[in-house]
Design a binder for this molecule. Sequence first.
Ligand code: T4K
Length: 407
Amino acid sequence: MMQTNSLDMLAIGGAKPRFNEPLHVGRPNLGDSRRLFERIEGILERRWLTNDGPVVREFEQKICQITDVKHCISMCNATVALEIAIRALELRGEVIVPSYTFIATAHALQWQEITPVFADIDPNSYHIDPGCLDRLITPRTTGIIGVHTWGRPCNTQAIEAIAKRYELKVMYDAAHAFGCSHENRMIGGFGECEILSFHATKFLNSSEGGAILTNNDELADKVRLMRNFGFAGYDRVIYLGTNGKMTEICAAMGLTSLEGMDQQIELNRSNYEEYQKHLAGIPGISLIDYNTSDKRNYHYIVVQVNDSHASLSRDELVEVLHAENVLARKYFWPGCHRMQPYKALFPNAYLLLPNTELRSAQVMVLPTGQCVSKTDIEAVCAIINTAVGQAHKVRRILGNKRTGSQR
Ligand code: T4K
């Protein structure tokens, strides 16, 4: 491993930051720009910019082929896709979701005055713990939203068995999971429907974008209508709807990204393996693993910091990394239940969410993708190695910084 073993070589010890420019988590991965410009020229020539244009249709078709799902209804983003799917499924009252997710999963419910009931996660999988579902179900419960966090599929079988018993609808937030499979079936076809995100920071990006995937014809028709204000033809509105449409330019970006999908997975996988190699053996630092018998997109480098073995907390390590211009992120901290409006609505929710509390304080996500080289990865790992190797001194420096005293 690259040597950064003296504390004086760390920025918190007074050295120049290791990176001159910020190394972000979530830098967009881009496809071939010439292909994108060609597509954009075609869009301009046709003067068809949005509302179910030919590029959107081609994008939807390709997503259907890859996921082996009957319908892909593209959307302007995954948050609106979640909102539309929730409404189309007629969820109301209370819906169970993990608190360990991006805030959009909960907001999509609360936005429609449906109460998100936060379920705890299994501390090993980071997914909704099916064992806690029974006690969260009340006469007002209408559904469960599982989240395939980090592209690793949640326990669909157990969730769906419980849902069946209580006659609840199940849908999945698959924002992280495009290109991933579960027991040899592509993510996209589980539950009543699944939601993808094509946000700039996602594995496959259309700059902004999302989609509802479903094998249910009736649901597909309904969400198509809802995406376009409920219009069923000129001057004929037959449903409540909103504007959830993906633009042609976003679809062009998505199609261009799709052409580079296999190479992107390969790059992500090799970056992941590079991190695995350099983080191995650092006390208290573990990288989440990806099951190699199923397809994974390896888009997230998720590190769990065990304070009692590393002698540094996740927050302290993030502070060390930020000083070096490595902008590690604390996804998903502090958990939806500790953000507004849920914090005010359910101030005691944390009592039922011990694993969410634990893991959200331990996890950090590191940079990967096209903008991160193998040398960068080695350097990031060397910083972590040095910090953990000199944990007590690091802790003292950070403590002094906080209180304003000298080393
Ligand atoms: N469900 C789940 C489980 C999700 O994770 C998400 C989104 C959703 C639903 C909703 O999907 P969308 O409605 O967004 O389609 C980000 C993303 O905004 C969000 O899409 C994502 N999850 C979440 C995990 O992360 P922020 O606030 O951290 O993003 P932002 O914009 O600060 O970007 C992160 C970093 O990426 C920046 O510091 C720099 C870099 N970046 C970002 C953008 C947008 C770039 O280099 N270029 C860019 O264009 O939430």
